[in-house]
Write a protein that binds this ligand. Structure first.
Ligand code: IMP
Length: 175
């Protein structure tokens, strides 16, 4: 049996929404030092599109959040991608995420970043999944709200598969 994919958000809708988010981020940060902190690996496709639409100067950096692997729930453990510290003191930081689900990952990440002395830390996520008992997270820049189903595509994976799909799909696993 093969996995079943059902379309949820088309590439066209994503493109339009990404442009709106980029305009919003640009307008909020003109004249201010801006760093995009991109969460590996799932947010890379979103971030690549987003950053090409931002029209005010910024720098980028990466962090790695612990992976789902083949599990269905995140652990919330977060680690910086390299040994080197992020140089974000005095910067307005926008964390770029693919999806906020339980909120554990982003909450841990914000706490880690805040220790580095940024001027502000805001969240930009393509998707916000609505799950019962999730941590409330303030999301300043949000692409789409989605139901509590596992999704793949546009950078998001299941066991490293499906990142290359141009849109977002619900995944039903083969039995
Ligand atoms: P959280 O800590 O539960 O909010 O999980 C956030 C992270 O888990 C995201 O950055 C994704 O990497 C991953 N994740 C959560 N839900 C999904 C999903 O439906 N598909 C793929 N990855 C997901």
């Amino acid at each position: 049996m093969t996995d079943r994919l059902r379309p949820l958000i088309s590439a066209g809708r994503i493109k339009k929404r990404v442009a709106e988010l980029a305009r919003h981020i640009s307008d909020d940060h003109r004249g201010a030092p801006l760093t995009l902190v991109i969460v590996l690996k799932g947010a890379t496709v979103f971030a690549a599109d987003l950053m090409r639409r931002i029209d005010t100067p910024f720098i980028i950096d990466f962090v790695r959040a612990s992976s789902y692997g083949k599990a269905a729930r995140s652990s919330g453990a977060v680690a910086l991608a390299d040994d080197e510290k992020l140089d974000i003191a005095g910067h307005h930081v926008v964390v770029v995420e693919d999806i906020v689900d339980t909120g554990l990952t982003i909450t841990a990440l914000i706490a880690a970043l805040e220790k580095l002395g940024p001027e502000s830390v805001d969240v930009c996520t393509l998707l916000h999944k609505h799950v019962d008992g999730a941590k409330p997270v303030a999301i300043r820049y949000k692409g789409f709200d989605i139901p509590d189903e596992f999704v793949v595509g546009y950078g998001m994976d299941y066991a490293e598969k499906y990142r290359n799909l141009p849109g977002v799909f619900r995944l039903k696993l083969a039995d």
